[in-house]
Design a protein around this ligand. Structure first.
Ligand SMILES: [Zn+2]
Ligand SMILES: [Zn+2]
Length: 208
């Protein structure tokens, strides 16, 4: 589910490679004006690998509307990226180059659990991007969150935005699990419905 993304400056032509979607390892993406790089801030230290300082939460860059899917696909007009940290001459554009195996997130149980109680940008983007999939397939959110080792957020979330590439990846992954087991993540029937839980067709059949 994570992807490697390449940034590119229209002015100087330079860029950096960073990862999106690997919330068990990264707090988010940071445009470091000191080291002149765009990079991932690790969850463990919270420190920028470029300059060693810990950027405040609001200094992380919300890439949700600026990074397209592989091949540049997008469902909305892409937002302009941040100003190039290398030359400060133009805003960056992004190209999603590589799809990394979802296992690096799904099997990263210990690090995922270590983040429980902490809400940060990369995790918020991932969580937000799972919601439309949960709704589309009518899944039980609790089971899906449990599968990804996500806890429910305890405070205000860092962003309300959804990342299209991350949404697509979650969708493909959950869809494949459901192909193997159609009842996976199914919503439980919570108590009898007003008609006793029967569908219209069953009601009709009963009357016949
Ligand atoms: Zn530049
Ligand atoms: Zn830095």
């Amino acid at each position: 589910m994570p992807y490697e993304v390449q940034s590119q400056c229209r002015s100087c032509g330079n860029g950096d490679v960073f990862v999106i979607g690997q919330w068990t390892a990264h707090l988010g993406v940071h445009v470091c004006r000191q080291s002149r790089m765009l990079l991932n801030v690790p969850v463990e230290t919270g420190a920028c690998p470029g300059c060693g300082e810990c950027p405040p939460a609001d200094a992380l860059y919300d890439y949700s509307f600026a990074v397209p899917y592989l091949g540049g696909q997008t469902i909305r007009e892409l937002e302009a990226g941040p100003v190039c940290p290398k030359c400060e001459g133009a805003s960056l554009t992004f190209n999603t180059t590589t799809h990394l195996n979802m296992g690096v997130v799904v099997h990263d149980v210990e690090r995922a659990r270590a983040t429980w109680g902490r809400d940060y940008l990369e995790k918020a983007i991932f969580m937000n991007s799972s919601i439309p999939v949960i709704e589309e397939f009518q899944l039980d959110a609790e089971q899906v969150f449990d599968y990804f080792h996500l806890h429910l957020p305890t405070g205000p979330i860092a962003t309300k935005r959804i990342s299209f590439p991350i949404l697509l990846d979650i969708r493909t992954h959950l869809w494949m699990l459901r192909q193997r087991d159609p009842n996976r993540f199914a919503r439980a029937h919570r108590g009898p419905a007003p008609d006793g839980g029967l569908t219209q067709r069953q009601v009709r059949r009963r009357r016949e």
